[in-house]
Design a protein around this ligand. Structure first.
Ligand code: SF4
Length: 238
């Protein structure tokens, strides 16, 4: 089973896809200021040990910073220590998503070279404007494992020219009462580009408002992932 590691929490909206950010929504309900970036008590989680000297966190996949953005400015000093912990845990694969890929080269450690084997970087884009801006940077970065997440997808995207070296593209709609609609044609278009480029593709979730064959459907949060899986359109390279 995968682990979660939240070394800090909090984030600022910085992109069109941030409009209905689930972290801001959750924090607003609890009266927490999302714009304040704070270290958590789990900062050293990957290297915390039990009394017998074993690591508390299991080996395997680790999702990093799902309550923030790993490349956010306020964490520049803290991140240095995170890279050390990531380097120490060679039995784990650390995956983070970022909407700040333009900061990548100023955030990596001195010994990064062509990338750490145990790090997966996932660049998130939501429309053509940001795909062109971010994926054109992402494609040239020295990273061993690259993924793209287009969620929430709010426009069709031509991305085939950026798919060289990408291990997987994940697509999903927006979940919110005021969500922007997801058109199934956009999902199929991105899937087609992935097949052409022989890149894994996953349709992870529908949108609250989902348009298929010219008809708009309103879906419940609980059904968003299930409906996407029912479409049966994931593409896996054998
Ligand atoms: S970058 Fe991610 S976590 Fe930060 S505000 Fe945007 S959607 Fe939320």
């Amino acid at each position: 089973m995968a682990s979660m590691w939240e070394p800090w929490r909090g984030c600022h909206r910085c992109s069109d896809g941030c409009l209905h950010c689930y972290i801001h929504k959750g924090d607003a309900k609890r009266g927490v200021n999302t714009n304040e970036i704070v270290k958590t008590k789990n900062f050293t989680k990957p290297i915390d040990k039990k009394k017998n000297g074993e690591y508390k966190m299991s080996a395997g996949l680790v999702y990093v910073c799902f309550s923030s953005d790993f490349l956010i400015e306020e964490a520049d000093e803290w991140r240095k220590e995170c890279w050390q912990m990531i380097k120490e845990r060679q039995d784990c694969t650390f995956l983070f998503l970022t909407k700040r890929i333009e900061r990548f080269t100023e955030c990596i450690p001195n010994d990064w070279n062509d990338g750490y084997d145990n790090v997966v970087v996932c660049c998130t884009v939501e429309n053509q404007k940001n795909a062109d801006k971010k994926l054109s940077i992402f494609k040239d970065l020295p990273i061993k494992h690259k993924q793209i997440t287009a969620q929430p997808l709010i426009s069709d995207i031509d991305m085939e020219k950026y798919l060289d070296g990408i291990e997987c593209v994940v697509v999903g709609g927006e979940s919110d009462y005021n969500a922007r609609p997801l058109h199934y044609d956009w999902v199929l278009h991105i899937r087609e580009q992935c097949i052409n480029a022989n890149t894994n593709f996953e349709f992870r979730q529908c949108g609250t408002y989902f348009i298929k064959d010219g008809k708009e459907y309103k879906l419940q949060v609980k059904d968003l992932m299930r409906q996407a899986k029912l479409a049966g359109i994931d593409y896996k390279i054998l």
